[in-house]
Write a protein that binds this ligand. Structure first.
Ligand SMILES: NC(=O)C1=CN([C@@H]2O[C@H](COP(=O)(O)OP(=O)(O)OC[C@H]3O[C@@H](n4cnc5c(N)ncnc54)[C@H](O)[C@@H]3O)[C@@H](O)[C@H]2O)C=CC1
Ligand SMILES: N[C@@H](CC=O)C(=O)O
Ligand code: NA
Length: 442
């Protein structure tokens, strides 16, 4: 009580008053007292920047001074902590570096910025003795960065797999459960504030790849390496594949997977079949989940809203509380940005996707003739690929070809590439073989 009365409020400068920025203003104002009791002093936003001053906002600004010049917020000598909620890697990067150079702490929700420029930003922050906190950058409101970085610090992490894009999971869930169209659900995700400014980042897997880059770094103690992530989005998933997967006992989810292997690390983002009984297969809508397998604790699962104004604000405000406590108690006693001490990061190679080992779902159309399946199984056998299940559909009325769906045992991706090439070359098969990776996640 004594401390709360004697310490001055921490002064925050906010960059961006869109979906997340407005959420932060609302949460900080509504829970002000509770937050001060946790942080040891009040946390007040005193100045905010937005690109267009005339736009209507979803929050009451109270006494917050407004500007359209982000640099004015940073250069204000009163500001202790800068919150970056503009997004992108242009002005956002410039402003974060400007804040660090003025020895100001930064809180950001910007995964693109951390994945692409985090190595540079954290090095600079460490030199200046400031913190750049980024809990909101992965899994929105789920405290997954904190969990991996702090609560699993006694473990050797073996792998993690996550549904880490709320927009994409919302689209897949609505398409499967309600038969809605892709474009229609995407528009709804945009109006709910879930999607990125450029929604191709969500649907082409780039946003998930940004997040996987960050998760892999804090899980394995490796530098951030976005350019090494193999990335596929959700745009080519068809209703038929969703149905066939269901008949075989699987759900299709868009996953980011980071796995430690003997000679390196797999980093991949793609649609994935998961047995329908797994908890993570039942994570729907805007919810995200990250499953982490570590040696001491075993499997742990982190679940919650992956996007949206207040869930994301929840993570931003938690970071503000953390930074405020560090300022108040002991500025030198900080958790390292990437969980491991900066000089202890190890540059373990990231494996090419051809070296990934996973099971597969294959869907192809074949001429309705005897012996076709035998030819396909021979080719798979030549590449040492075992078959676990087969679904055959008779041709639809008037059609001369029929669908075959095959589930294989785990195999190296390069073996599967070769087998698919040979299957596509057969005269009896249609040119395109759909391949979706399958993970048991045990
Ligand atoms: N929307 C969500 O659910 C989540 C978003 N994020 C991240 O949070 C960040 C912000 O996202 P949103 O709030 O959704 O974006 P938004 O587009 O709703 O808001 C961006 C804000 O930045 C302002 N802005 C743009 N350029 C500016 C400039 N030059 N100077 C000052 N202000 C400028 C805009 O006026 C707007 O107020 C992004 O990095 C995003 O990836 C992270 C987790 C969830
Ligand atoms: N566009 C992102 C927002 C949160 O990170 C998503 O949909 O997950
Ligand atoms: Na988070």
């Amino acid at each position: 009580m004594e401390r709360e009365r004697t310490l001055e409020a921490v002064k925050i400068g906010l960059l961006g008053l869109g979906t997340v920025g407005s959420g932060v203003v609302r949460v900080l104002s509504r829970n002000n007292e509770e937050i001060a009791r946790r942080a040891g002093r009040a946390i007040n936003i005193v100045r905010a920047a937005t690109r267009d001053l005339s736009v209507r906002r979803d929050c009451d600004l109270g006494g917050i001074a407004l500007t359209d010049r982000a640099q004015d917020v940073i250069d204000d000598p009163e500001i202790d902590i800068v919150v970056e909620l503009i997004g992108g890697t242009g002005i956002a990067r410039e402003m974060v570096i400007r804040a660090i150079d003025q020895s100001k702490h930064v809180v950001t929700a910007n995964k693109a910025l951390i994945a692409l420029h985090g190595n540079e930003i954290f090095a600079r922050a460490s030199e200046r003795g400031v913190t750049v906190a980024f809990e909101a950058a992965v899994g929105g409101g789920i405290p997954v960065i904190k969990a991996i970085r702090e609560a699993l610090a006694g473990n050797r992490i073996e792998w993690l797999a996550g549904i880490i894009n709320g927009t994409g999971n919302f689209i897949l869930s609505e398409m499967r459960d309600k038969g809605r169209d892709f474009e229609d659900v995407l528009s709804e995700a945009q109006s709910l504030g879930y999607a990125e400014a450029d929604p191709t980042f969500d649907v082409e897997g780039i946003d998930a790849a940004h997040k996987l880059t960050i998760l892999a770094s804090i899980a394995f103690g490796i530098p951030l390496q976005f350019d090494k992530v193999y990335t596929e989005g959700i745009t080519r998933i068809t209703r038929e594949d969703v149905q066939y997967a269901a008949e075989l006992g699987y759900r299709i989810k868009h996953l980011g997977i980071a796995r430690r292997r003997e000679h390196g690390i797999e980093l991949r983002v793609h649609p994935t079949l998961i047995p329908h009984r797994r908890l993570i297969a039942n994570v729907d809508g805007v919810m995200n989940a990250v499953l982490v397998r570590a040696d001491a604790v075993g499997p742990t699962l982190y679940y919650g809203p992956g996007a949206g104004a207040e869930p994301t604000a929840s993570a931003v405000v938690a970071d503000l509380v953390d930074v405020t406590r560090a300022l108040t108690v002991d500025p030198n006693n900080r958790v390292p940005h990437l969980a491991f001490q900066p000089d202890a990061l190890i540059d373990v190679p990231v494996l090419d996707i051809g070296e990934a080992v996973t099971a597969y779902y294959l869907h192809l159309r074949v001429q309705d003739k005897p012996g076709v399946l035998a030819e396909i199984t021979r080719i798979l056998g030549d590449s040492s690929i075992s078959i676990e299940a087969v679904l055959q559909r008779p041709p639809e009325e008037d059609a001369s070809d029929a669908a075959i769906v095959i589930v294989t045992a785990p195999i190296r991706e390069s073996n599967m590439d070769e087998a698919i090439r040979r299957i596509q070359d057969l005269e009896t098969t249609s040119e395109h073989v759909t391949r979706i990776r399958l993970e048991n996640l045990k």
